[in-house]
Design a protein around this ligand. Structure first.
Ligand code: NDP
Length: 334
């Protein structure tokens, strides 16, 4: 059975990655797109070979579609996800699910009540590099994990220097944009949940309107692992990485906090250094495959709605920590 997708949002991420990811599935069809502007909807549909274009949500939800992919600006996700669930459509929603953890829980609850699948598009847990790290840790190859470091400060490409750096009401800022991904990737790689976070943020030159363009966070996990993460919009040459250090070994991943199936992972132990091998499948294609399987009753999305609540709870706590200058407990409430 083909899964017919309706795109909510004529966005860059859909154009660059998600349309292809849907079309890469044996049973995936991009059936319709919705934009708030009829002209943009029509132009986007034409440019991307999508047969139907709509400019209102009720029209899209009344069309012949089975699932929606929501990639509008962040303040719109809540209303759109609730309406889609009510209409009986499966929901794959971009991160952050909403602007507050409480609202994110409402989406998860609405999807549960409607009996539809809800997933959060945290792509990084689909990367071969992150799965290789998680498997190495689970297999005991670094002994007992002690600490992790995430390097995820990038330079925002010019075409994305819009609402992210100018519109607080749209959920701009680096914490809602990138710290949420780091939260999810740390949880996935460590197979552990964070309990507390302390964050410093900065404006760093690009973000306006009181928004932060850089953040440094310190995390404590249930197991006792501590972690640090650096997120940014304004560092052109920093590169990205992810390290986990344990009693018997350390993992060093380089260039892995990205949308591409890229990078390297090296395991260093008493035996020396070993480069881990992993598959290079497109992250979003893998995520879509898991989502389709979940629709067909097999397994769960790669990142569930609950995972989206968790990552937003971390981001919300980080922002509160930066504001109050104190460590804040992370309480997803699920
Ligand atoms: P865009 O800025 O490309 O699109 C967001 C919205 O902006 C669109 O829905 C569209 O509204 C409007 N828009 C786009 N282009 C124009 C234009 N030329 N003129 C006027 N309005 C325009 O956002 P992104 O693709 O960067 O991000 C969308 C969502 O996806 C966010 O929630 C973000 O956090 C998430 N994201 C996730 C990534 C991941 O890897 N998981 C990566 C990047 C983003 P309309 O639909 O009404 O036309």
């Amino acid at each position: 059975m083909t899964v017919r997708w309706g795109l909510i949002g004529a966005s860059t991420i859909a154009r660059q990655f998600m349309i292809d990811a849907i079309r890469n599935q044996r049973d995936g069809e991009v059936a319709a797109v919705m934009s708030s502007s009829p002209e943009r909807a029509a132009a986007y549909a034409k440019e991307n070979g999508i047969r139907a274009a709509f400019s209102t949500l009720p029209d899209l939800l009344a069309a012949d579609i089975d699932a929606v992919y929501i990639s509008t600006t962040n303040e719109l996700h809540l209303e759109q996800a609730l309406a889609a669930a009510k209409a009986g459509k499966h929901v794959l929603c971009e991160k952050p699910l909403t602007l507050t953890t409480a609202d994110a829980r409402r989406i998860v609850e609405a999807c549960r009540e409607a009996g539809v699948v809800i997933g959060t598009n945290h792509h990084l847990r689909n990367a071969g590099a992150h799965r290789a790290m998680r498997e190495a840790i689970a297999a005991g190859r670094i002994g007992k994990p002690i600490a992790a470091r995430v390097f995820h400060s990038v330079y925002l490409p010019e075409n994305l220097q819009g609402w992210r750096i100018a519109r607080p009401e749209a959920g701009g800022g680096v914490v809602l944009d990138i710290t949420v991904h780091d939260a999810d990737t740390l949880r996935f790689v460590l197979d552990d949940d964070p309990v507390e976070i302390a964050a410093f943020t900065q404006s760093a030159g690009m973000a306006g309107g009181g928004l932060e363009g850089g953040a440094m966070c310190v995390w404590r996990f249930k197991s006792g692992v501590i972690a640090q993460s650096h997120e940014g919009f304004t560092t052109k040459y920093a590169g990205t990485g992810f390290e986990v250090h344990g009693t018997e070994g350390s993992l060093f991943a380089k260039d892995v906090m990205t949308q591409k199936p890229a990078g390297t992972v090296v395991l260093r132990t008493a035996a020396g250094e070993e480069e881990l091998t992993f598959d290079r499948e497109d992250l979003y294609t893998r995520a879509l495959r898991a989502f389709h399987a979940a629709i067909h009753g097999e397994g769960r999305p790669a990142a569930t709605g609950e995972d989206g609540v968790w990552s937003l709870a971390c981001a919300e706590a980080a922002l509160e920590s930066a504001r109050t200058r104190s460590a804040v407990k992370i309480e997803p409430g699920i």
